[in-house]
Design a protein around this ligand. Structure first.
Ligand code: OOB
Length: 549
């Protein structure tokens, strides 16, 4: 693949990160056998009945890497990975790291619209999906996507009935001769400065932006976060959020657990009863969730008879958590809370594992690396006085200097000297902890899923009835925010939410983006430059916000 779209750190900065010991110069796949040699018989991954120890995991990942190579995939290629939380997800990810193939971490609810636009953007050579998942045929989806991609991508299927024109992922896993294969793959290892994987950003433009993460930067990221969360050989980490999201993948998540000699338990959904059962059965010590999910667990825990006593930490982040709810998490679930403020673009902040109530309930923590740089600026772009609210800008050893392949967008999202504009409004406490106070970026955060208002508006504008549209977040007790539309219609036209939902479905848009509230107005209020005035529109909505501080 053409990796020309990757924005690299300036060489002097990269050298400083190497000298400081942030970047170790080792590709992520090179750790696999080190883990296996050290913790071979210990359980690494649990997926229902399927349990893999470290040696088995390394053998499967290597076997799969050989199978992928047999399909012609290699250094610099990119594949779309849309798998639920299952052992194959872990094997595919590690196999890609071994081979130097970069997986793009799609989420299970993504559909044709997202897969096709991103697949084309990264020139994906394969689409890796489950068969039928939650009643939806991903194999069919993958074939439609593959047919639309310039490279005639292969379709690889994990589980279920595999069509003759798809490749059965499990058949690809070569067995026997592990030592030879290990050497063969070691000799072809990618460079540590190469792209290890692509993550998706919720983004604020039409199409979600894609973030390239190198082996060096991602390894450092997960090492620092695993340390902040005290992961070790006794860690049993439960994964309930979609594994391809940066939070459960490596913060510290699955990769953090594996790099620490712990165990990653994979659950396909965050349903409280299944979660409590898994905690009891596996002796789970840590898990992570967005506030909306934790609230459900808290409600259900009171009535549950499951033994949750093994649970030590729950990591909560992705959207705003109110201090009141934060204070109730520990007593409800019998564990400590660590708040996390993070982003696929890099920066991760965590409240310390042993933080006081004051810090762990009312702040979103401090950066996990001493090399993370934070700058809080006002609308004029200048630093605000200490303790005041402003937009957070950040740079650091695991915060790339640009999105992949969108130079014009990068001029907006990054400053000329490489600071990433997070779009989040924060203040810093005197001790350096971040408190998230709001945001300036135009998106809707629905239970941690980031939905670009601009993308929704573009889709709604395509409807013939629509003259003008604005998408804004509507506060909501269950999911934090829902997509709310304010629409002006052409004369004599009608529009309903059902019609919009149908149009989105037909267009192949992920269901979580479907607008849930609709206001039809004769006129939208406008700002002086003539754009819909979203501030004014938001005042038309009910004010109660469940998570707001
Ligand atoms: C995580 O990553 P993304 O890329 O899905 O979303 C990042 C955005 C942030 O810019 C911020 O707007 C919001 O999500 N956010 C929070 C938050 N944590 C993230 N807003 C308020 N309070 C928080 N604690 O969401 C993510 C990635 C890695 C670890 C954790 C979360």
């Amino acid at each position: 693949m053409n990796r020309a779209g990757v924005v690299r750190w300036p060489e002097d900065v990269a050298e400083a990160y190497r000298t400081a010991g942030c970047w170790l110069g080792r590709p992520l796949g090179s750790w696999l056998w080190e883990w296996a040699d050290r913790w071979g018989d210990r359980t690494a991954v649990v997926d229902g009945e399927q349990r893999l120890n470290y040696r088995e995991l390394a053998e499967r990942a290597d076997g799969l890497a050989e199978g992928l190579a047999g399909l012609g995939l290699g250094h610099g290629d990119t594949v779309l990975v849309q798998l639920p939380n299952c052992w194959e997800f872990v094997a595919v990810t590690l196999a890609c790291f071994r081979l130097g193939v970069a997986p793009v971490m799609m989420l299970p609810p993504h559909r044709e619209y997202e897969l096709t636009s991103i697949g084309a953007h990264v020139d994906a050579k394969a689409v890796i999906v489950p068969g039928v998942w939650k009643g939806y045929d991903h194999q069919e989806l993958a074939h439609r996507v593959a047919a639309a991609l310039p490279s005639r991508a292969r379709v690889l299927v994990a589980g279920g009935e595999v069509q003759p024109d798809s490749v059965d992922l499990r058949d690809l896993i070569k067995t026997g001769g592990a030592a030879l294969r290990r050497r063969w793959l070691d000799e072809r290892a990618p460079s540590a400065s190469d792209v290890a994987l692509f993550l998706l950003s919720g983004g604020t433009t039409g199409v979600p932006k894609v973030i390239s993460r190198t082996h060096d930067d991602y390894e450092y990221n997960l090492r620092r976060v695993a340390r902040a969360c005290r992961f070790d050989e006794d860690t049993v980490y439960l994964t309930v959020l979609p594994a391809g999201h940066n939070f459960p993948l490596a913060n510290p998540g699955i990769l953090g657990a594996l790099a620490s000699g712990g165990r990653a338990v994979l659950l396909p959904s965050p349903r409280p009863e299944a979660v409590f059962e898994a905690i009891e059965a596996e002796g789970v010590t840590a898990t992570s969730a967005v506030p909306a999910v934790v609230l459900k667990w808290m409600e259900a825990a009171a009535a549950s008879t499951r033994d949750l006593s093994s649970l030590q930490y729950v990591h909560v982040g992705g959207s705003v958590l109110s201090p009141e709810v934060a204070a109730r998490i520990g007593p409800s679930l019998g564990c400590r809370l660590q708040q996390v403020y993070g982003m696929a673009e890099g920066l991760i902040c965590y409240t310390p594992a042993d933080a006081s109530a004051e810090i762990s309930f009312a702040t979103q923590g401090s950066p996990v690396s001493p090399f993370d740089e934070l700058l809080v600026v006002g609308p004029d772009g200048l630093a605000v006085p200490p303790g005041e609210v402003g937009e957070l800008l950040t740079r650091g050893p695991y915060t790339p200097r640009g999105y992949f392949g969108v130079p014009e967008q990068n001029l907006v999202s990054f400053t000329p000297d490489g600071w990433f504009r997070t779009g989040d409004l924060v203040r810093l406490t005197p001790e350096g902890h971040v408190v998230v106070c709001g945001r300036v970026k135009d998106l809707i955060n629905r239970a941690g899923e980031k939905i670009s208002a601009g993308e929704i508006e573009t889709l709604v504008q395509e409807l013939p009835q629509v003259a003008e549209v604005a998408a804004v977040p509507a506060p909501d007790l269950d999911v934090g925010e829902r997509v709310c539309l304010f629409v002006r219609l052409h004369p004599g036209c009608h529009l309903t939410l059902t019609a919009i939902a149908e149009a989105f479905r037909t267009r192949g848009v992920a269901a979580f983006k479907t607008p849930e509230l609709l206001y039809i107005l004769d006129e939208l209020p406008h700002t002086p430059v003539g754009k819909p005035d979203k501030k004014a529109l938001r005042t038309l909505l009910p004010a109660a916000h469940p998570f707001a501080a």
